[in-house]
Design a protein around this ligand. Structure first.
Ligand SMILES: [Mg+2]
Length: 425
């Protein structure tokens, strides 16, 4: 059996930590990050958790505590978090060619072939480098399987003495550690399976690893069996390093306040459409279909309506005006007046790489056309001057439908005008 080693790197309280990097006043303060439209708390710093506040708590419900404990609340600044995430991943890729970006703040690294190294020291070096280069704290778990690397990561996070880095491979206390991991916290075991396991008296990772294969496969399919084997140290889940090219691109957001006017819906649709086609070009792709959807708020006691429809382009394109025209036609078809709309969005599908676009007798392909020249030029200007510096009249100027983000921090790393200023005395 080939011996493998994986490391799981996970940023600690990622969103709160990103806010802290640029505002040292927040160090050691309880921080909460709100969802879109400043609704519920989606991310917390440890200090806020210690006050007994949970993920999912509506922001308005803790008004008194915010004052009493000086809790700092923020709108989610996804531009900042996305950019900081890219910096972390870039830093990690210095340490191994084999990296799987697992989520915005987590990555698996393969350390197979690095056996001559002391993994704990190497992990510490990774941790220190990420801290030095990005200002973000991470925890690192190392193990012979991805599932055990996850376990080790949890252990590193919970036990201060590890210094945030823990290698479980061949550790004399492996069994004790597995016993300490509740089934709910095993990577890949969903809530329903966790309940089923508990009903059958299996409460922790050690017990699951000792359960007969036949039973596990019968109750949890081959996927569950893989997890059980991984807990025993047999690597069954490979690193996924090739990222599939996107099959579809969705851009949509809930409105800050309900929208009724077609004109405002048109602006919002245009704005999401612009972003979606930008993403398409970032991946050097073209697409030939766009879908538009809209919906009212099903949690309100208002008349309800939701609908969607598609439109096809004559040839695959990445030229924004092609999609804007199609999207507006679709929207006009599905819009009904008299409703309070909560959300509108676009989905771009039938995506292929630019170079694979089929030829057409009557029209040039996007790649050989002036449309590509115009789009490249726009992307370059916006890349240099800041996003949406150059945009389309269709997105509107006032944008009263924009998401509510009343306590948004600056785009410290993505906007020239928001770069922090340091004063020295
Ligand atoms: Mg994290």
């Amino acid at each position: 059996m080939k011996k493998e080693t994986f490391a799981l790197i996970d940023c600690n309280n990622f969103y709160a930590a990103c806010e802290r990097v640029f505002n040292p006043e927040l160090i050691c303060k309880p921080i909460g990050i709100l969802s879109n439209n400043d609704g519920i708390i989606v991310a917390l710093s440890n200090e806020l958790k210690q006050l007994g506040i949970y993920r999912g708590t509506p922001g308005f419900k803790i008004k008194d505590q915010i004052k009493k404990y000086d809790i700092k609340m923020f709108s989610s600044n996804y531009t900042l978090y996305g950019d900081m995430s890219a910096r972390v991943m870039k830093t990690l890729s210095q340490f191994t060619p084999d990296i799987e970006i697992y989520s915005i703040d987590e990555a698996f690294l393969s350390l197979s072939g690095f056996e001559y190294l002391n993994f704990k020291d190497y992990g510490r070096k990774i941790k220190d480098t990420v801290w030095k280069w990005t200002g973000l704290p991470v925890s690192i778990g190392i193990g012979p399987t991805k599932t055990l690397a996850k376990v080790a990561n949890r252990f590193a996070k919970k036990h201060k003495y590890t210094g945030g880095v823990f290698d479980i491979s061949g550790h004399p206390d492996t069994e004790k550690i597995l016993e300490w991991i509740d089934v709910e916290h095993i990577w890949g075991v969903g809530r329903q399976y966790a309940k089923m396991l508990r009903r059958n008296g299996i409460e922790n990772a050690l017990q699951l690893s000792r359960t007969p294969d036949k039973w596990v496969q019968k109750k949890m399919t081959i996927v569950g069996l893989r997890t059980a084997k991984e807990l025993r140290g047999i690597s069954c889940i490979d690193l996924e390093t090739d990222i599939d090219p996107k099959k579809e691109i969705v851009c949509s957001k809930s409105f800050g306040t309900p929208v009724t006017e077609l004109q405002h819906l048109k602006e919002a649709t245009a704005s999401y459409c612009v972003r979606a086609v930008e993403k398409l070009r970032e991946e050097h792709q073209v697409a030939s279909q766009i879908m538009v959807f809209l919906t009212t708020n099903r949690f309100k006691n208002d008349p309800q309506y939701a609908n969607y429809a598609n439109s096809r382009l004559s040839v695959p394109s990445a030229y924004t005006p092609d999609f804007l025209k199609a999207a507006h036609n679709v929207l006009k078809r599905i819009y009904r007046s008299g409703y309070n709309y909560k959300k509108v969005g676009v989905m771009i599908c039938d995506i292929i790489h630019q170079s694979k676009a089929p030829l057409d007798i009557f029209e040039p392909t996007y790649l050989d056309d002036h449309r590509k020249v115009i789009m490249d030029c726009m992307d370059e200007i916006n890349g240099k001057m800041g996003s949406n510096k150059l945009t389309y009249a269709a997105v509107g100027t006032e944008q009263p439908w924009q998401m509510k983000r009343e306590i948004l921090t600056p785009g410290y790393t993505t906007n020239w005008h928001h770069i922090p200023v340091v004063h020295a005395r």
